[in-house]
Design a protein around this ligand. Sequence first.
Ligand code: GZL
Length: 328
Amino acid sequence: MKHFFRRVLAALALALCAALLCGCEAKPASPAQPAMVVGFSQLGAESGWRIGNTASMEQAARRWGFGLMLDNANQRQDKQIAAIRSFISYQVDVIVFSPIVETGWNNVLTEAKNAGIPVIIMDRMIETDDDDLYTAYIGADFLAEGRKAGEFLLKKADAMGAEHLNVVEITGTEESTPMRQRQAGFMEAIDGDDRFTVIESISGDFLRSKGEECMRYLLDKYGAEGIDVVYSHNDEMTLGALDVLEAAGLNPGRDMVLISVDGQQEAVDALKEGRINCIVECTPELGESVMAMVDALSRGEEIPKQNHPEETSFTEFDDLSGLAPRGY
Ligand code: GZL
């Protein structure tokens, strides 16, 4: 907030100087000055989830009447760091960012801290032993998401009466929080159950195109008969894998168990058609919660450090007929 007044005073001073120089009347600062200005570094637009997340932030900023400076880093950490530095120079009131990977943020977050600008980390998390580098985190409990995926597989194996299942894992962006924790949670859930062998984990970087490439590679290497379960860290990669499996004349969801994460409409539709067996929900709708935090900060209120949205999962065992449109 203090930055806001500083900017308004600077604008008035500039206007006054301009008026004196050109003899015209100084214009008051626009009455439409937003109460708060948020600098938002979004990591990219790699998935329907990400696009939905960005839309959620834009809609919420409009609803709250906050200015939003949005920068899309197109999957590049260096561009995120540059964007955060520009937000510091502009003296935004709050910085929000979704870190593409967990490490490499200490320097720029120290600069934000020294500039007195609160930072809200949204969606993915950073690895740091200095919790003072950020004011709050809001994002999924990715470990719980992985566990839910594993727990579904246990239930599915029971229902199949399966004695042994070969599992392949298509992971998200390496060194990112969702990738690390969705993998850890899944392995934890199936650990010790000798019905499962994870025969390979391969990164699809959360991209549909790479999900296709991964599935094609795995199918070529193990054959359809060698793969019983595909665990994919997001719907985009799962949808890419579906394309490959169906092009090979297979019936995913029947010939192979498909477990996915996110809950994009296209994937939920595939689940309803029996082509995916389970989708663990990861909501991108974080904008309202973020802007409520910004509002609290503007009023000098404390906000909780760790914030997780409520999430569920959608499986073939559920009645999904009443499921509302997903919106992304
Ligand atoms: C998870 C988010 C992941 C999604 C992917 O919160 O970071 O990134 O699961 C997206 O769809 O690419």
